[in-house]
Design a protein around this ligand. Structure first.
Ligand code: DHB
Ligand code: FE
Length: 284
């Protein structure tokens, strides 16, 4: 049977991708940010999964503003990089896992979540920056990836409660897949940031750190946070944090915090990162 061996939370700031791609990681501005991911890459090398279900948001790269699915699962064999801003990153093409993706789609839709099926798309910094932070700069990504897109770009995004429940449905889906696969679920984006308007540049470290604490010990309390509180306290793009609740829902019960990193700023954003393992059961 497939099983979920770990959950990872990780911000996705595009400037982090540019710093990696342009060889700037040793610059003083970036050193403390990247230092917090050194442990993560070692841990990953020792705990590599077969597949990552990577919960992220597209930034009007693949889904134009003409059509914005609330929840969408990537069922293709491959996903090429693409981006606005700095353009497509020089990173490997993402290899999907069409069989597991189709199974997760069928199971999660059967559990009453209406997913959009994506048979062709490109993936932007929302997905590729966390990949680079966790795997460095390999010739080919060492894992298969199922991109799972959540709309946090245009109002109304799904609620935190809906995202948390979706994570639980994804867990049931993975655990009913007959092949022996080690699966990680990643929640990306966040933490507090606002890219526009009079409050552009907003960071709320108190909110972020309380969120990191509660994601480990009391995720139900986070699932009750309404959208407008994210907007008020974590800024307009802070709503990306609901994607972390999909990951935490997929881990279900108690978890062990393996690693935590928080750094301000990277570009306009507070960067947060957690590695969580289920506190019972095997992780290898
Ligand atoms: C920034 C952060 C984001 O989440 C994003 O999608 C684009 C830019 C930033 O901080 O610059
Ligand atoms: Fe973003």
């Amino acid at each position: 049977m497939a099983r979920i061996t770990a959950g990872i939370a990780c911000s996705h700031v595009p400037a982090i991708g540019a710093a990696i791609d342009l060889g700037k990681t040793a610059e003083p501005y970036w050193v403390p940010l990247f230092k917090g991911f050194e442990f993560s890459r070692q841990w990953m090398a020792a705990n590599q999964p077969d597949v990552v279900i990577l919960v992220y948001n597209d930034h009007a790269t693949s889904f134009s503003l003409d059509c914005i699915p609330t929840f969408a699962i990537g069922c293709a064999e491959q996903f090429a990089p693409a981006d606005e801003g700095w353009g497509a990153r020089p990173v490997p093409v993402v290899q999907g896992h069409a069989e597991l993706a189709s199974h997760v789609a069928a199971s999660v839709i059967e559990q009453d979540f209406d997913l959009t099926l994506i048979n062709r798309m490109e993936v932007d910094h929302g997905l590729t920056v966390p990949m680079s932070l966790m795997f460095g700069q390999p010739q080919a990504w060492p894992v298969r990836v199922i991109p799972f897109a959540v709309n946090v770009v245009q109002y109304p995004p799904p609620s935190g409660a809906r995202c948390f429940a979706l994570g639980k449905a994804i867990r049931r889906a993975v655990e009913s897949f007959p092949a022996h696969l080690r699966v990680q679920v990643w929640g990306t984006g966040g933490m507090s940031h606002q890219l526009q308007g009079p409050r552009a540049g907003l960071i709320n470290s108190q909110f972020d750190n309380a969120f990191l604490d509660a994601l480990v010990t009391d995720p139900e309390s986070l699932a009750r946070i309404p959208r407008d509180r994210y907007l008020r306290e974590a800024g307009s793009e802070g709503i990306e944090l609901v994607m972390w609740l999909v990951m935490r829902g997929a881990l279900d019960g108690a978890v062990r915090q393996v690693h935590r990193h928080y750094h301000v700023p990277a570009s306009n954003t507070a960067v947060g990162h957690l590695i969580l393992e289920p506190s019972s059961g095997e992780t290898k």
